[in-house]
Design a protein around this ligand. Structure first.
Ligand SMILES: [Zn+2]
Length: 456
């Protein structure tokens, strides 16, 4: 059964790479209004492709920003599950152009990699799904599962309109589970299931002292220095073992099970000293650096300013000091509640003689996690392993993907993150590329996967 589909992909590899070439040649840069036509062209490309492989209800849905492409194929019947496939056809700007070895929108294959803006993020990976659907339709006349496709054009500018659309058109996009291929593997050729993402919240706060900078000789000794006060306040947030001291911060944290700890231990680790140039790694007491980055919450100061920043000395007591702080959250933690706890802590520990002003960060997200033992995840891991000839590893990631949180919040369905990128892909940077090994084995993974999940 599967053989014919795989055979089709092999025989049509060059033709399909040519079509991908055309897709990647469209500079669908969503942030740049001078590329509006190109963004529309990329949407049309996706819609045309879906039409050509007999998808139904193919539609370029207009939004307040860039359009979203919808299409469905529901011929697998009621016994088969329905998957919502999400991806994006927009790309980041290519600048700085002089650092590209070949033109960003003239795809080129060098040393087994396909170079072009969007080759990995995310046109290349979206295309892989389309190519696999084509292979099933052309050989079997049908897909093993029901499919709803949602490919947006605003991911690189924050998916501004997506949440509202997913909510408003809930019936249209409703599915049994979602699949997203917009992420990567921990190493080239290493099948990776990403089963958890961190949440996010943040604050900016200022300590206001005197109404203007003061002479440190005349006022030092009488007036609290806001920069020093800030140092004291920041020091109260975490102890030397990287344990956050904000009361209640860990209260709702889902504990890390022994099973997850062994999954994390099996992931090939990054040598942080080597990759970042630090002299020593630090992590929360009782946890390894891998465990802390993947599965324990963090609190970081992202920016700190106040006082004289110029050359030489200026003997002042600065009028104010400001810090920008964000936290990465894990399942169980509510972003709003954490924000409240942080503010409470700051209010409690702010030194006398300065006034605390807090600005809440508007962007926040809840963490996401799917059970690594979920049937849909296990089958994904098996499909990967079959195609790549290597055992799959399971990881959680410190980053956030807003659409994952939204699908989770609105639809409450399992989300399978099937990423085929590699750490060498240079997403958002010059010389973005995607390995052809990932392309070939990724196609095979998807064929195995759709076959494996075809029964509800
Ligand atoms: Zn992306």
């Amino acid at each position: 059964m599967t053989e014919e589909v795989l055979q089709y992909l092999k025989e049509n590899r060059d033709a399909q790479l040519n079509v991908l070439h055309n897709f990647l040649s469209i500079p669908s840069i969503s942030t740049d209004s001078s590329h509006k036509q190109d963004v529309n062209k990329a949407a049309e490309f996706v819609a045309d492709y879906l039409n050509s492989i007999s998808f139904d209800k193919v539609e370029i849905q207009e939004t307040k920003g860039h359009p979203l492409v919808y299409g469905e194929w529901l011929g697998a019947g009621e016994d088969a599950p329905t998957v919502l496939l999400y991806g994006h056809y927009d790309v980041q700007p290519a600048e700085p152009l002089e650092l590209w070895e070949s033109e960003p929108f003239e795809p080129e294959i060098r040393d087994g990699r396909l170079y072009a803006r969007g080759s990995s993020d995310d046109k290349g990976q979206v295309f892989m799904h389309l190519a696999v659907f084509e292979a099933f339709i052309k050989t079997k006349g049908a897909l093993p599962i029901n499919v709803k496709v949602c490919i947006e054009g605003e991911e690189e500018i924050g998916s501004e309109n997506l949440y509202a659309i997913l909510k408003e058109k809930k019936d249209l996009f409703q599915a049994d589970f979602a699949v997203i291929s917009d992420s990567g593997m921990v190493a080239s050729g290493q099948p990776t299931i990403l089963y958890g993402l961190k949440g996010f919240t943040g604050l900016e706060f200022t300590l206001q002292g005197p109404s203007s900078d003061l002479h440190s000789g005349l006022y030092g000794g009488a007036v609290r220095n806001p920069a020093m006060a800030m140092a004291h306040l920041l020091a109260s947030l975490k102890d030397e073992d990287e344990v956050v001291q904000v009361e209640g911060f860990y209260d709702d944290v889902e504990p890390l099970t022994e099973e997850e700890r062994s999954l994390i231990a099996a992931v090939p680790g990054e040598d942080y000293q080597q990759s970042t140039g630090v002299t020593k790694t630090v992590s929360e007491k009782g946890y390894t650096a891998k465990e802390h980055t993947m599965a324990r919450p963090t609190l970081e100061i992202n920016g700190l300013f106040g006082g004289y920043q110029g050359e030489g000395t200026k003997t002042i007591i600065p009028a104010s000091a400001t810090a920008k702080m964000t936290c990465r959250l894990v399942p169980g933690q509510e972003p709003d509640k954490i924000q409240d706890l942080l503010i409470k802590h700051l209010e409690k520990y702010v030194p006398t003689g300065v006034t605390l002003n807090v600005k809440r960060e508007a962007l926040s997200a809840k963490a996401y996690k799917v059970d690594p033992n979920h049937e849909l995840i296990k089958k994904a891991a098996e499909s990967y392993a079959k195609a790549f000839g290597k055992e799959t590893v399971f990881v959680r990631m410190g980053g956030s993907i807003p659409v994952v949180e939204w699908i989770d919040a609105i639809y409450n369905i399992p989300i399978v993150l099937l990423g085929f990128g590699t750490p060498e892909d240079r997403l958002h940077s010059p010389n973005e590329s995607f390995p052809l090994e990932s392309f070939d084995k990724g196609l095979e993974t998807l064929v195995h996967y759709w076959n494996a999940v075809k029964m509800k």
